[in-house]
Design a protein around this ligand. Structure first.
Ligand code: FE
Length: 349
């Protein structure tokens, strides 16, 4: 029931957050420093609730979540020192950096956090920590693309042999922007532009829909290749309606510049105003522990960022992830340039 409420809130985005906001906040302000921790989340609650529940079982500390698709950083800014929020959860390195740049986060370093999270997956001063890794992979039609033929790199997606056979979501979505930024990081702007033009010219249809909608289009014969985050494979297999979409494709882990597959992260940041700082840090440490890391993998099909934590069986069956080694903050720094390229080549037209 709880899940449903939050899913509905998600559908109505920021407005819903405002609607559910006041009640939650009132409740939160009344209970500051009484065994609670308050989370602002851009991540859908069902993706993080199981780990929060495990934390509450473990510590007795209650986790209150306010979910919104956008506007949470702005809200933190407006609330300033009076904000009830302790932690902010989001996906995409760019959004983590945005929160940091906006001045709403606080640095935090504990022996456990820095030991658990590799340096590549946390802000140097502890302003944010990565929690999961997700790979942007290729989905290929089982019927129309042989394994030998399937593109082995993102670069190959610009090859004219794929003309009219590729589906992607809009070029200005955070997932596509990060990939384009990674192309700029590896190849420079000129080559990245040529690549984006090539990819655009191979599209079977105007960019539209989310990652799963592209796989659906493959299952319906509209295209043969798509780009999507790896965890959607698992989510589709668990969904009655979408199972058939996933059955129509197989995953390919492409390389970028012959290195590895483009990855991004989800993560968390402590807020500057955090009224329940001790509980917040306790939750941060819990989420970087082996149990929570394994739960993320088993339930969301994301990759743990903590070394040595076993991956979900489905992830192992999909193939081995060898991630691009390009520093994620370098990719994040090129997002603005990537946005410009998307506009310049008229990717969404
Ligand atoms: Fe996603």
């Amino acid at each position: 029931m709880r899940k449903r409420t939050f899913a509905l809130a998600g559908a109505a985005a920021g407005l819903a957050a405002l609607l559910i906001g006041p009640g939650v906040i009132a409740q939160q302000q009344a209970s500051v420093n009484s065994g609670e921790v308050n989370v602002y989340s851009y991540r859908q609650p069902f993706l993080i609730q199981p780990m929060f529940d495990a934390f509450t079982r473990d510590t007795g500390v209650k986790v209150n979540v306010v979910f919104a698709k956008k506007g949470l950083v702005e809200r933190l800014k407006q609330e300033g020192r009076n904000s009830p929020a302790d932690l902010i959860f989001t996906v995409d390195i760019g959004r983590l950096n945005d929160a940091y740049d906006s001045g709403v986060t606080a640095p935090v370093e504990t022996a456990q956090l820095t030991a658990n999270i590799p340096a590549a997956f946390r802000q140097a001063d502890g302003h944010w920590y990565g929690l999961t890794q997700r790979a942007r992979i290729i989905y290929a039609s089982k019927d129309r693309v042989s394994k030998d033929d399937a593109p082995k790199s993102y670069e190959e997606l610009a090859d004219p042999k794929w003309a009219g056979r590729i589906c992607t979501r809009a070029g200005n979505h955070v997932y596509q922007v990060a990939l384009t930024a990674a192309m700029i990081a590896h190849h420079g702007e000129e080559k990245a532009e040529a690549w984006l033009r090539g990819l655009k010219s191979n599209l079977a249809r105007k960019p539209q829909g989310n990652d799963r909608a592209q796989v659906k289009a493959i299952s319906e014969g509209e295209c043969d290749i798509s780009l999507g985050n790896n965890y959607y494979f698992g989510l589709m297999l668990q969904n009655k309606e979408q199972f058939a979409w996933a059955q129509a494709v197989y995953p390919v882990f492409p390389t970028i510049d012959d290195t590895g597959t483009h990855v991004n992260i989800s993560g968390m940041a402590l807020t500057k105003a955090s009224p329940n700082r001790d509980n917040a840090v306790m939750l941060m440490e819990f989420l970087t522990g082996d149990l929570a890391q394994q739960m993320y993998s088993e339930q969301n099909f994301e990759y743990p960022v903590v070394a040595g934590v076993p991956q979900a069986g489905l992830l192992r069956s999909m193939g081995e992830l060898k991630a691009d080694t390009m520093a994620l903050d370098r990719v994040a720094a090129l997002r603005a340039d990537a946005f410009k390229l998307v506009d310049k080549v008229g990717y969404n037209d």
